[in-house]
Design a protein. Structure first.
Length: 379
């Protein structure tokens, strides 16, 4: 067994770490305040090719291995989570459906723009009455001539307000349940499509979560992704990789929390000594390090399996539960180590504490993922 990262990945990781330290981290609090990533930073992310890491090279992306994508997400997650979310949908849920099931024409039309960042992708499955139970969606798509007419409401859609292209799940055959769900590629200008409410959230400022409205929305028939009835299967496949990436994001955050907490503990003096000399503080740091070690091995191992073409439904679910629950514990310890300062706005650990909470909810809650693991174990 060889655990060494390939040389090109080490170089890529160094480049990203410098970019995070020089360009992203210095403005992470500004973005938090303004709830907006400056355009000049988005342009720099485009220049680095970050929007197309996962998109095959023949369609304008890097065609990077899953392991490489994990390394990228890990590095970008060492700062404000909105930065990696900005590129996340293009590399994951907003483009992978097309990579997996798109026609050559769909790939040629959309993937190069998603890869360059000229277009932002979104993925719209969740509805007010259908989150964990995605099979309960009510949005409908009815074929009329050379178009499908979509009606319904999606909510909690990441990057929905800036997306040029959304992969939307809708019912084409209600009685068939999940086998009656189809996926559609909906462009921002399609008649009858609009962006509704933008949510106010606990965290993830700088990344917007939106309602998408379909009111007799006209979608050309050639924008059906895959065949009718394949939408749910496509969505689940897309989410397997997404869950693994979520593990990598949690890993990067844990690593940063360890650094921030160690630095603070070395300089904070109580009763005449730095608090890092106290066993109570050391054990919190050690537990964070043990967790990071376990999470890294789990994330990289599942990535390696997926790169070999193996099915990772169980592993991806386990990785997401392990990594995200661990990250929330690490954030709690980090706030504790920082004492009162850890509760103050402007402190990175306070932001991580709020932002990491989301990771146990979206792309499958911990409860649903445990159900998936149980199902896989009893197959
Ligand atoms: C910031 C943010 C961004 C998001 N981005 C997107 C996006 O881009 N695209 C998209 O489609 N969706 C997105 N989502 C939606 C997200 O995936 C859902 O919120 C999530 O799947 C949970 O669904 P729900 O909110 O309806 O909760 P519910 O399904 O109502 O669940 C409520 C609680 O009940 C538990 N529960 C439900 N069913 C069971 C069961 N059978 N057994 C045990 N426990 C159960 C859940 O685990 C949870 O704890 C986003 C959500 C947020 C908050």
């Amino acid at each position: 067994m060889d655990f060494t990262l390939p040389e090109e990945l080490l170089i890529f990781r160094d480049t990203l770490r410098k970019f995070v330290e020089k360009e992203l981290e210095p403005i992470s609090e500004q973005v938090e305040e303004e709830d907006h990533i400056p355009d000049r930073i988005v342009e720099k992310m485009k220049d680095l090719g970050l929007f197309g890491l996962a998109i095959p090279s023949e369609h304008g992306g890097y065609g990077m291995s899953v392991l490489g994508q994990c390394v990228a997400m890990e590095e970008l997650s060492r700062t404000n989570a909105c930065f990696r979310t900005r590129i996340g949908t293009n590399n994951g849920i907003g483009s992978m459906g097309i990579v997996i099931a798109g026609t050559e024409e769909q790939k040629r039309k959309y993937l190069p723009r998603l890869a360059s960042g000229a277009m932002t992708g979104a993925f719209a499955l969740t509805e007010p009455n259908a989150g964990s139970d995605a099979s309960a969606i009510r949005t409908t798509a009815v074929r009329k001539g050379d178009k499908y007419i979509l009606n319904g409401t999606k909510h909690f859609i990441t990057n929905g307000d800036i997306a040029g292209l959304s992969t939307v799940m809708a019912l084409t055959d209600r009685p068939k349940g999940t086998k009656g769900i189809s996926a559609f590629l909906v462009e921002e200008g399609f008649p009858g499509f609009s962006v509704g409410k933008i949510e106010r959230k606990m965290g993830f400022r700088g990344s917007h979560t939106c309602e998408l409205l379909f009111d007799d929305c006209e979608v050309p028939a050639e924008n059906l992704l895959g065949r009718e009835g394949e939408g749910f299967r496509i969505a689940m496949q897309v989410l397997d990789k997404g869950r693994l990436m979520m593990g990598a994001c949690a890993l990067g955050a844990i690593e940063r929390l360890i650094e921030l907490s160690t630095t603070f503990a070395k300089t904070r003096v109580t009763f005449g000594e730095p608090i890092i000399n106290r066993q109570a503080i050391q054990w919190m740091l050690v537990n964070m390090a043990i967790d990071a070690y376990a999470v890294r091995n789990a994330v990289y191992h599942a990535a390696w399996k997926l790169d070999r073409g193996e099915r990772v439904t169980k592993e991806a679910a386990m990785v997401k539960v392990l990594a995200t629950e661990t990250a929330c514990r690490a954030a709690d310890s980090a706030v504790q180590i920082h004492g009162g300062m850890g509760y103050m706005k402007g402190m990175a650990v306070e932001r991580f504490y709020r932002d990491l909470r989301l990771l146990r909810i979206y792309e499958g809650t911990s409860e649903i993922l445990r159900m998936i693991v149980a199902r896989e174990m009893s197959r």
